[in-house]
Design a protein around this ligand. Structure first.
Ligand SMILES: [Zn+2]
Length: 370
């Protein structure tokens, strides 16, 4: 095992605006939590700063003009071309240094790729990455440039067989579109159904086209889904497909906006459910890259990511109430909003039955050809 956590003091330097839900500084909270748990200190672990990369380094993975548009936006220019590229909207606001911010998270993701390709890393986590909504040409959904695509393009160029496993609450539309007709990449997304949540897509019938038919897999969860519903859907719709594909590298997009306290989704997972998913994902390929993505309750997101990192490293988290000894609390006690390990929480009764029936119907639909 060779595991690297990517971190930088610059991660917290950028803000999309006071009122914007996307908070890059969650990553600092995560780093502090990992330090305190001792989850960056094992012999097989390292903490690495992103390599220096200018934005132009990604020009081969994005459409002409987008990088230039970002640089002009960063200088405070606004024009119709920028708006047409999704820049300068409420979702993707222009702010001073926006080009530096995008360059930083893309560089952090490419550092993960370099460690996988050149250093034999078995696990690398860039919590600032995972901008799965942007297409190759247009920014959307808080995502300016899609670093998942940049990573996958580089892994493919090196001859890898790549599975992107996206468990963020939102459908990974930008990644799906980039490899829609490509059989070298399996793109898998489990998310809240497009019937109730942006980007209003990601239905079971979306399966790819041409040579890519069957290499796109979607598992839309009903609003309100809890750990059991999510795990049931994942095990039926996703797990066997990824194992059959047998990727050499897995890129996991691990947004924690599935959490029941998240203000932007209507899912109700706990971090126990997210750990259960990570326990499956960690076995999919010899090398795993984790990218942060969404999560709009910063505390819940940091806790979930800490536990997912631990799970990927095969470390067991002990519930904080078990670490009470003689009245002295040894856990993550001063984190706002509770323990590191969430209390179990489940939907019951007719609501649960209805959600399980929805999942069963999806499994049946997915099993039909075409
Ligand atoms: Zn999301």
């Amino acid at each position: 095992m060779r595991a690297t956590f990517i971190s930088s003091p610059h991660f917290a330097e950028h803000s999309l605006g006071e009122a914007h839900p996307f908070r890059p500084d969650r990553t600092v909270l995560l780093g502090q939590l990992l330090e305190r748990q001792g989850w960056l200190g094992e012999a097989w672990m390292s903490v690495v700063e992103p390599d220096e990369h200018p934005l132009e380094a990604w020009e081969h993975s994005v459409e002409a003009g987008l990088i230039d548009a970002l640089q002009r936006a960063s200088r405070g220019e606004v024009d119709a071309f920028l708006i047409a590229r999704g820049l300068g909207t409420d979702e993707c606001p222009i702010f001073p240094g926006v080009a530096d911010y995008v360059a930083l998270y893309c560089a952090a993701t490419m550092t993960a790729v370099r460690l996988v390709l050149e250093q034999g890393a078995t696990l690398v986590f860039n919590p600032l990455g995972g901008m799965h909504h942007a297409s190759r040409g247009v920014a959307e959904g808080f995502c300016y440039v899609n670093d998942v695509i940049i990573a996958v393009d580089a892994l493919l160029a090196a001859g890898h067989r790549v599975a992107v496993v996206d468990i963020d609450a939102h459908h990974g539309n930008g990644v799906q579109d980039a490899y829609w007709r490509d059989d070298r990449v399996l793109t898998v997304s489990m998310h809240e159904s497009g019937e109730t949540l942006y980007p209003w897509r990601g239905f079971v019938g979306e399966r790819g086209e041409g040579p890519g038919l069957g290499f796109t897999v979607n598992a839309p969860l009903p609003a309100g889904a809890d750990d059991e519903v999510a795990i049931t859907a994942f095990d039926a719709l996703i797990d066997p497909r990824v194992r059959a594909f047998a990727p050499t590298v897995c890129v996991a997009v691990v947004g924690a906006d599935t959490h029941r306290t998240d203000p932007l989704s209507h899912l109700q997972l706990t971090n126990n459910g997210m750990v259960a998913l990570m326990e499956r994902i960690r076995g999919y390929a010899p090398q795993l890259i984790m990218l942060g993505c969404g999560g709009y309750n910063p505390q819940a997101t940091a806790r979930a990511w800490a536990r997912m990192w631990a799970a990927a490293n095969r470390i067991e988290a002990v519930p904080d109430h078990l670490s009470m000894m003689g009245g002295v609390f040894l856990g993550a006690q001063d984190l706002e909003g509770g323990d590191l390990v969430d209390m179990a929480w489940r939907v019951t009764g007719a609501d649960k039955e209805a959600m399980m029936a929805t999942v069963a119907a999806l499994v049946q639909q997915a099993g039909q050809p075409g």
